[in-house]
Every structure is written in C-alpha cells, then in structure tokens.
Design a protein around this ligand. Structure first.
Ligand code: RFL
Length: 383
C-alpha cells in the first residue's frame, strides 16, 4: 500500500492501517519540520472524536472538549448560541498542527511507521496491465514501489487526482466570489468564539490554543497580502466587531484564501483511491475540510483492512458511493454557513433581499429548538 501525502488524511490512514497490522509507505514531498508547523483547522468534531475512540487513539491524539458556544454577532450585537447537549461525545479542541504532530509521534516514533519525507517526482502507474506502482526520487536516486493499492491524500494540487485520465471524473465546483484574509494572532479568544456579521463584511475569531486565535476577515478575491498590512487587519477587526478596545497583537501568519466548494466524483479509479482535499474542498466557514478528510480515511481504512486481511474488496468497490452522501451533506452545511454569514452582512454582493433572508436564518437558530438541534448535529458532524 502506498499513501501519497502526509497531511491529516495520509497520516491518519497510515496510523489506522499500522494499528491493524497492514503495512504501508507514506510519501511526502516536504520535510517533517515543515508539515509540523502548518496551521489551519482547530476542532475535531464529535464524529471524528468517536472515530478516534473506536480506533483507541482519542486520548493519545486529541486535547480537551471545546467551548459549546458561538457568539453570532451582527454589527456588534452578540447572541450566544449554545450547542444542544445530548450526553454523547463532544467535539475536542485540537489544532490541525497538533493533530499532525501527535500522529507523526504515534506513527513514526512509537510504531516505527514508514514515512518518507522530501520525495520528488511522484508518479502513479495504475493501468490495467500489471501491478500498480508508484515511482519517486529522493537524494539517494530513483525508486519504484510495486503495491496493491494507492491512496491519494496529497491535497488539492497533488499528483494523484491529476493522474486519472480525462473524462473519468466529474468535478462539481461552486465559487462564492469573495475570499478570506486569515490571520493567526498572538491573542486568545476572550469569552466565546465569534462568527461576526457586519456591514463591512464577515469577521470571525476562533481559538487556536491558550495564547493564540485566528481571525478571518472577508475580503475581495483579488486582494493580496500587500493589501492587508497588520495595522489594517486590526482596524478592520475593531470596526467589524464594533469593539474599539481590542488592542493590536503580533500577527504570526496571514494568508488570502478564496472561498469555494469542490467535489470530484467518483473518488476512486481502478486501484487508486482519493481522500481528503484530493477529492473535495469545503469552504472553511463550516470548519469541515479536515473533518471530512478524517471521515474518508475512516471508511477507507476499514475497507483496505478487509481487502488485505480477508481478500474482500466489497468495501473498496463501494468506497466512493459510501462516503459521497456524507460529503454532500457537509458541503450543503458549508454553503449554508458561508451564504448565511456573508449575505447577512455587507449587501454589496447579493443585495438586501438575501441579507434579510440570511438574518432570518440566524434568527431561527435562536427561536426554534428544532433548528438549533439540527445546527448542533451538523456542527458536531453527527447528522
Ligand atoms: P493536506 O493537509 O493539504 O495534506 C496534503 C499533503 O500532501 C503533500 N503532497 C505531496 N506529497 C508527495 N507528493 C506530491 N506530489 C504531493 N503533493 C502534495 C502535501 O505536502 C501535504 O503534506 O490535505 P489533507 O490531508 O487532505 O487534509 C485536508 C485539510 O488540510 C483541510 O481540509 C483543512 O485544513 C481545511 N480547513 C479546515 N478544516 C476543518 O475541518 N476545520 C477548520 O476550521 C478548517 N479551517 C481549513 C481551515 C483550510 C484553510 N485553508 C488554508 C484553505 C482554514 C483555512 C484558512
């Protein structure tokens, strides 16, 4: 088995396989130090927590439960949404960087898993004649790995999906027409995580550890980092949250992220299986991208173990059909969250009618216990 990509999807899959006694090799184009510091998601939803519990890894990999509240703030007026408790598993705080580090420790340092960093020129052979194989090069030369199955966990711009011949995949894409300026700052969330609507555009502040948080500011698609010096970031945060007392803090990392949703169907071709961002992207408003990657590899790991141990490929044959209904459900949630949180604010993009509709949707969350329960289920990934 060869897994391409040592992000959340690739490392989780390799860890599950290794714990099941199935050997695999992970090929990663970056060095270990680089993938250990990539910061993005912050929460493993309740469904993912249940998955890690089932694989006996939750307490090794994840930190404590997350706050059960979100401050949905409209032009400075906050309403605190309380996640409806049902006594089941709670979502847990775990930044993507923390999860990747913990997976690397478990897989490489504890279980001596085979992760090869700094590889280049990865190519896939997946034709009908002969055994599947992956070739790559590194500092020691060129290599070929003959294998039974190949899993593409190499993100949206990797080689795995690109290796599938034209005409096999259908790509469903939705562009929202705006972007986010994402800034990791040295200031914790004080009070509740914020999802903010403002007539200057969307703003959010989400926790990223005891000393850090990440702010998101809606911006134009063609904005670059040069348009967002640190002082402008803090000025906009104060204006959009209507909190003039917020003080500037160090900005550690910033990026401009266009908002889009994409699903590539089917998520497999012959002996190649796609998982995580290699197969789909969800706009970050719903906080689902990493969590969907975890869902894919949970299903795929079980199917691969059955194929190797019991020579039963049913799970692999059905992989794409099994995961896609869940992927589409959470694409819908991501689109709902993105439209609602952006349309409710600045009406320049979609007009005042959509603004009022979006605000009515938010009102529903606070006025209907049925709407609140559904929103909670979707946030926890349990729907
Ligand atoms: P990754 O994490 O991108 O890992 C892919 C790995 O493959 C390697 N690679 C290759 N290796 C070998 N050969 C090649 N040719 C290769 N090409 C690529 C790369 O170096 C890398 O190590 O994909 P994966 O594992 O599928 O994980 C997906 C998640 O990273 C992604 O969905 C999330 O970060 C999305 N996301 C969020 N998800 C959440 O669940 N909650 C959130 O709050 C959340 N916030 C976010 C996000 C994504 C964001 N950006 C940057 C788009 C916030 C932002 C701003």
């Amino acid at each position: 088995m060869v897994i391409i990509g040592a992000g959340v999807a690739g490392l989780t899959l390799a860890t599950f396989l290794r714990r099941s006694g199935v050997s695999c090799i992970v090929l990663e184009r970056r060095d270990r130090a680089t993938i250990e510091v990539r910061q993005r998601a912050g929460v493993v939803e309740a469904r993912g927590v249940q998955m890690f519990e089932r694989w006996g890894l939750a307490d090794k990999l994840l930190a404590g439960p997350v706050a059960h509240t979100i401050d949905y703030r409209i032009n400075g007026v906050g309403r605190i949404f309380g996640v409806v408790a049902d006594g089941g598993s709670q979502s847990r705080f775990c930044t993507q960087q923390m999860l990747v580090n913990n997976l690397l420790r478990e897989l490489v340092d504890v279980m001596s898993g085979d992760v090869r960093f700094n590889v280049a020129d990865v190519m896939i052979r997946n034709d009908l004649n002969g055994r599947p194989a992956v070739t790559y090069s590194d500092a020691r030369g060129e290599h070929e790995l003959a294998c039974g199955y190949i899993v593409g966990c190499d993100g949206n711009r990797g080689v795995s999906r690109a290796s599938i011949p034209d005409g096999v995949l259908t790509s469903y894409t939705h562009e929202f027409g705006y972007a986010w300026l994402a800034a990791l700052v040295e200031a914790p969330v004080v009070g509740h995580p914020i999802m903010g609507v403002s007539d200057r555009g969307f703003v959010a502040q989400l926790p990223r550890g005891p000393k850090m948080s990440r702010y998101y500011l809606q911006c134009a698609l063609n904005d670059g980092l040069a348009d967002w010096p640190d002082q402008r970031i803090w000025d906009e945060i104060r204006l959009r949250l209507r909190e003039q007392t917020i003080e500037n803090a160090a900005v550690h990392d910033k990026d401009v992220v266009p908002l889009r949703c994409v699903v590539h169907v089917p998520m497999q071709y012959r002996n190649l299986f796609l998982a995580g961002d290699a197969a789909h992207l969800a706009s970050p408003t719903g906080a689902k991208g990493m969590n969907l990657a975890l869902y894919d590899v949970d299903v795929l790991a079980q199917a691969l173990v059955r194929a190797v141990r019991d020579r039963d490929e049913t799970g692999l044959t059905n992989y794409s059909d099994t995961v896609l209904p869940h992927i589409w459900k959470y694409q819908e949630f991501s689109v709902w969250m993105t439209d609602t949180m952006h349309d409710a604010g600045d009406p320049t993009q979609h007009g005042t009618f959509r603004q009022m509709i979006a605000r009515a949707r938010l009102d529903n969350l606070f006025e209907s216990s049925t709407a609140a329960r559904l929103h909670t289920e979707l946030q926890r990934g349990l729907n």
